[in-house]
Structures are given as structure tokens and as C-alpha cells.
Write a protein of this length. Structure first.
Length: 179
């Protein structure tokens, strides 16, 4: 078993068994400031941080719930579309843990190459998803082509629906552009 850590999920990888288990990262350390800061700095400014959406990196919703939301969205997207560009998510326990098919990692040497090839193929649409479609860690390799393992964001869904059929034809060897 191997362990991996993303920004929002902690992943147990079982390559020989052919699956991974994704757990949300809940930043408990933010609980104390979340309670204390409104007293310290006043509710007017702190309410902005409380009300900011889960997609906003400084929000309390992100710090506490982004992993659960990502897990749940990943499961919902797979269940609804079963798009061949994404790697299957087999099960979710209300976002508290997900079971996904294991995927062979992409060679990390080509971190930018995957993202830039994906950006070209999507006419720049993937750039708006930020890290989601950029990082080679979010892809795996299937028969020399790329598949996405991290799709727990609605912005990423839109790009997959629109451009996924082209992206699944991208070959890893073609992405190995030298800078
Ligand atoms: N299906 C899979 N097969 C193999 N490894 C995986 C799989 N899913 C995730 N991983 C590994 O776990 C890491 C973290 O998973 P994932 O990208 O889903 O989490 P995240 O917290 O959403 O990441 P990010 O930091 O991109 O937001 C990945 O970069 C990858 O190395
Ligand atoms: Mg990721």
C-alpha cells in the first residue's frame, strides 16, 4: 500500500488490488480560529470568510469541507456520465470516503507537458480549472492515453463534457514536450 496526499484528499493506494480509497482532509486546526476570530476581529469581516464558498481557498468551508465535497462531486459525476475520459469511482460513503479504480501514475517529469497539451486540446478552457486539469498527478495512464482521476469540481466537469472525447485521444508520449 502507498499513501498519497493532495490538497483536499488523503489517498490510500492499493496497486496490486486495483483500487484506491480517498479520504477528505478536514483541517481541524482551523476550528479554533473559526470560533475565536469573530470575537477578536469582529463579525463583519469574519462573516466574509464564513460566507465565502467552498471553492475559495481561504474560506472555512474550504478548510473543513472541500475534501468531502470533492469526493461527493467525483462520485456524482461518475454515476451520472460515466465519461470514458475519467477513471471510475465505484463507491462513495456520503463523501467521507470514496473507492476508485487504481490508475498507473503519469511520469512526473512531464508535469507541465500534460497540462499544456490539455490546454491546447481544449483551446485554453482547461486553464480556468486551475490546478485540476494542469497537474500530471491528477491523471493516470491507460494504454498510453491519459485518464483523469481527480474530477471533484464542477468547473472541471464542464471541460470534460465539452472536450473529454478529444482529451481521451491524447497520448502520453505526445505530451512529453521539452521546454
Ligand atoms: N485512481 C487513482 N489511482 C492511483 N493514484 C491515485 C488515484 N487517485 C488519486 N491518486 C493519487 O493520489 C493523489 C491525490 O489524489 P487527488 O488528486 O484525487 O486528491 P486531491 O486532494 O483532490 O488533489 P489536488 O491536490 O489535486 O486537489 C493524486 O495526485 C495521485 O497521486
Ligand atoms: Mg489532485
Amino acid at each position: 500500500m502507498i499513501t498519497k496526499k493532495g490538497n483536499t484528499r488523503f489517498v490510500l493506494v492499493f496497486p496490486k488490488l486495483g483500487f484506491v480509497v480517498k479520504f477528505p482532509i478536514v483541517r481541524i486546526s482551523a476550528l479554533w480560529p473559526a470560533i475565536i476570530n469573530p470575537w477578536k476581529y469582529g463579525w463583519e469581516t469574519e462573516s466574509l470568510i464564513w460566507k465565502a464558498p467552498v471553492s475559495c481557498f481561504f474560506s472555512y468551508k474550504y478548510l473543513f469541507f472541500s475534501g468531502i465535497v470533492a469526493n461527493w462531486l467525483e462520485w456524482r459525476f461518475w454515476r451520472r456520465y460515466k465519461h470514458p475520459f475519467i477513471h471510475p469511482t465505484w463507491f462513495s460513503f456520503f463523501g467521507l470516503f470514496n473507492i476508485q479504480k487504481y490508475g498507473k501514475p503519469i511520469n512526473n517529469d512531464c508535469y507541465f507537458a500534460i497540462g499544456s497539451s490539455v490546454a491546447k486540446t481544449t483551446n485554453g478552457a482547461s486553464i480556468e480549472c486551475g490546478h485540476g486539469l494542469e497537474s500530471s498527478g491528477n491523471y493516470c495512464e491507460v494504454n498510453g492515453t491519459i485518464r483523469l482521476v481527480d474530477y471533484g469540481s464542477v468547473r472541471t466537469w464542464r471541460v470534460i463534457i465539452r472536450h473529454g472525447h478529444k482529451l481521451m485521444k491524447l497520448r502520453v508520449s505526445e505530451c512529453l514536450i521539452k521546454y
